[in-house]
Design a protein around this ligand. Sequence first.
Ligand SMILES: Cc1cc2nc3c(=O)[nH]c(=O)nc-3n(C[C@H](O)[C@H](O)[C@H](O)COP(=O)(O)OP(=O)(O)OC[C@H]3O[C@@H](n4cnc5c(N)ncnc54)[C@H](O)[C@@H]3O)c2cc1C
Ligand code: FES
Ligand code: FES
Length: 459
Amino acid sequence: MASMSDPAITVNGEPRSLAGVPAWTSTLDWLRGIGLTGAKEGCAEGECGACSVLVARPAADGARWTAVNACLVPALTLDGQEVVTSEGLGTPDALHPVQREMAERGGSQCGYCTPGFVCSMAAEYYRPSRGDGFDLHAIAGNLCRCTGYRPIKDAAEALGAPPADDPLLARLRDPAPAPVPTRVDGFARPADLAEALTLVRERPDATVVAGGTDWGVEVNLRGARPSYVVAVDRLPELRAFTADERGLEIGAALTLSEAEAALDGRVPMLDEVFDLFASRLIRNSATIGGNLATASPIGDLAPALMALDAEVVLASADGDRSVPVADYFTGYRETVRRPDELIRAVRVPLPVAGISAFHKIAKRRFDDISSVAVGVAIEVTDGVVAAARIGLGGVAATPVRARATEAALEGRPWSGETVRTAAEVLRGEGTPMDDHRASAAYRAAMLGNSLLRLWEEAA
Ligand SMILES: Cc1cc2nc3c(=O)[nH]c(=O)nc-3n(C[C@H](O)[C@H](O)[C@H](O)COP(=O)(O)OP(=O)(O)OC[C@H]3O[C@@H](n4cnc5c(N)ncnc54)[C@H](O)[C@@H]3O)c2cc1C
Ligand code: FES
Ligand code: FES
């Protein structure tokens, strides 16, 4: 196991040293550098899944093999953790069931994508509640350029349950490795929030990293080489989930997959976001806090959280403060968060509104960036709109509340006429631009259509 001075990852059952590895080295580059060349680089930006590997992550009753994009996860953030690559699943003489099905059903031709596919498939193979089914969304983040997807789908759907004596199945009965604090040149993984807050106050040059799905792209494609990195992805205070009758508090370092599991359907609008947010592979690393911290005008969580009247909880060495998500963004990729503050959690008040929807308009239905995103929450009492909250993404330099449209709905009968009038107002909200994703006119039209669609769905 790793220590403060000797970081290491257990790969395929064997401890492998991380000594001398810079903070920006991805798990993929590190694995390939130590001779484990199964995982491939196809894109280096989370789009193809050729780099997929398995990490043992915490689960309620032990551990869970979780597939992640190794090209985006910094190797040092996995200090003390357990990783399985395609080499650790099986060997040419003793193929893993996933590898055997892929080979026998013609799921592999040039083979470049295959190690990534088998790791994503293995994560689903070992999912405890899978039964005999196979959720094909588990491989939605993996691309194949030669085989075609039918044989791969056939291989996935042919998989039975793992045998009881399968060693990777047996491993899941024990807890995932606890996070270990790490301190090496240029990189720190603090043990707790207090230490993290002291570090970010003392080191204004610190770059905070959580799941790495945004930061990894900066490193791989835009050459980011920060002088000091502070990893917050395993901080226990950022990974809590609490619920009472007044509301839910979702830890900032929970991944979207973990938040989805913890919420367990309590906030239908967020379930719609999760389904449309990137791929399962990305959602297994991408965190709630990371999505808000990037302050992207096309980030998916902000419009939904605005509609839910949620608050961002910011922590600093001086204590916590809460800011409504609607007041959090101040300009293009700017927020009220000070450099010495971390996002600790997001608070969603309960009960949630009776009518809600999240509409993401993108070029592809799944695994694409929004052109426009709309979160709507409407409470109707005795046939009258008692409250309306609408959050918009992709129509201004920041995510925005559609306040004029909310005013056009509130206090009016919940009727087709009210909705049609409000849809016209919504078409004029924000200051949409023409860009390579969509024209301004298209974006404006989609806003109005979103409300009309909600009415049709709710009626
Ligand atoms: C292929 C691909 C598809 C994507 N699809 C979508 C999509 O559909 N919708 C969408 O909204 N986004 C998408 N993204 C963007 C990205 O996945 C999300 O923004 C994600 O939530 C970022 O979280 P992270 O933990 O990976 O952030 P990181 O990359 O670790 O960090 C991002 C930024 O947030 C800061 N940060 C992280 N955590 C904290 C914290 N607790 N406190 C303060 N600052 C913090 C970091 O300093 C950094 O500046 C996609 C990315 C990729 C690569
Ligand atoms: S190399 Fe394409 S997702 Fe990692
Ligand atoms: S088998 Fe060639 S890319 Fe998939």
